[in-house]
Design a protein. Structure first.
Length: 345
């Protein structure tokens, strides 16, 4: 049920302004200048030719990036393959701009190239076109590979989601059956909560508002509290005003379920499950913690399908900026969802 990342998230524009990209552009330009300088048949001072070619190529590359930066808002609304074609056009336009500026400022200081300035301009344009087409072909190959990787990741997340749903529904149904026999007067409330959880688990919605996902976790814990009675103590620390943040459907409930299964059920005296929501350093943190049972009573960790699914879906939904962390501290087990507030709607 997890949606693949949007095209905007995968846009090549996201990488154009990174320092690593600029370094590679500069290195590629220097490599091309070196190849042109040492090409067979080159007459004159090769080092001087390398310097002039390097200067021209770097100006062309940086001008191309500048043009794309000026058009970034428009480019963000078109498909990435078309962005690559626009990039090729910007590269050729930058070549002509640099040639024109070079001719206007330097034609009296530099000797006339073989065949004249027009023939020289045509040769430079042909080199730029060949380099641009090679870059376009490389981009298309990289884009196709990335699309296949995204599709594979999407299929993997769907498989994880398909595994978590039966796991969650089976355990919740067992809770309902035991409660119906032990406390029939509470059956109506349980069925209402259970129906909401079923609806969310079977829903085709990929994401929910944070407040709604917290509500589903609360309903699940209310069902478990009816079943476990005094063995389960709940501690909620949730601010009244929550940010308008979308999270993958059923992100918090599986963490609460893990807390019940591995922290509360194995202990004969029960324990406490805490839910805390807070903002820390530009991230929203949703912490689900539980007291640890005695070592002799601890159940096997199991496959932790729910935790794996939540971790993978959070990673995909936030493009790797969000994560799920786990730790043990002060006799408690913590599972913490960290979401960048920049994903807020």
């Amino acid at each position: 049920m997890t949606a693949p990342p949007s095209n905007n998230a995968l846009s090549p524009l996201d990488t154009l302004w990174q320092a690593r990209t600029l370094v590679w552009v500069l290195l590629a330009g220097e490599a091309l200048a070196a190849v042109l300088a040492i090409a067979p048949g080159r007459e004159g001072d090769r080092l001087a030719y390398f310097g002039v070619a390097s200067l021209a190529i770097q100006w062309i590359a940086l001008t191309s990036l500048g043009l794309l930066y000026l058009m970034r808002r428009w480019l963000s609304r078109i498909s990435p393959p078309f962005v690559a074609q626009v990039g090729l056009g910007a590269f050729l336009a930058s070549t002509w701009i640099v040639l024109l500026i070079g001719w206007v400022t330097l034609h009296e200081l530099m000797p006339v190239p073989d065949g004249g300035w027009m023939a020289f301009s045509i040769r430079v344009t042909a080199i730029a076109l060949i380099m641009g087409l090679l870059g376009l072909a490389a981009f298309q190959a990289q884009w196709n590979a990335k699309q296949l990787a995204v599709s594979a990741e999407h299929a993997k997340l769907q498989a994880l989601q398909a595994r978590i749903q039966p796991h969650f529904l089976f355990n919740t149904l067992n809770t309902g059956i035991s409660l119906l026999h032990a406390k029939p007067d509470l059956a109506e409330q349980l069925l209402l909560d259970l129906s909401d959880l079923f609806r969310a688990a079977l829903s085709q919605r990929d994401a929910l508002p944070l407040e709604e996902d917290l509500s589903l976790a609360r309903r699940y814990l209310e069902i478990e509290q009816l079943r476990l009675g005094d063995r389960l103590h709940l501690d909620w620390e949730v601010p009244e005003a929550l940010p308008s943040l979308q999270v993958p459907t059923l992100s918090i409930q599986p963490l609460a379920e893990n807390a019940i299964r591995h922290g509360i059920e194995p202990s004969t005296s029960g324990g406490q499950v805490g839910i805390r929501v807070e903002t820390v350093d530009g991230y929203l943190q949703v912490s689900v913690s539980n007291t640890l049972p005695p070592a002799s009573s601890r159940a096997a960790a199991g496959h932790q399908v729910g935790l794996s699914s939540v971790r993978a879906r959070i990673h995909a939904a936030t493009e790797g900026r969000g994560r799920v962390e786990t730790r043990i501290a002060d006799g408690r087990y913590f599972a913490v969802i960290r979401l960048p507030l920049g994903t807020a709607d």
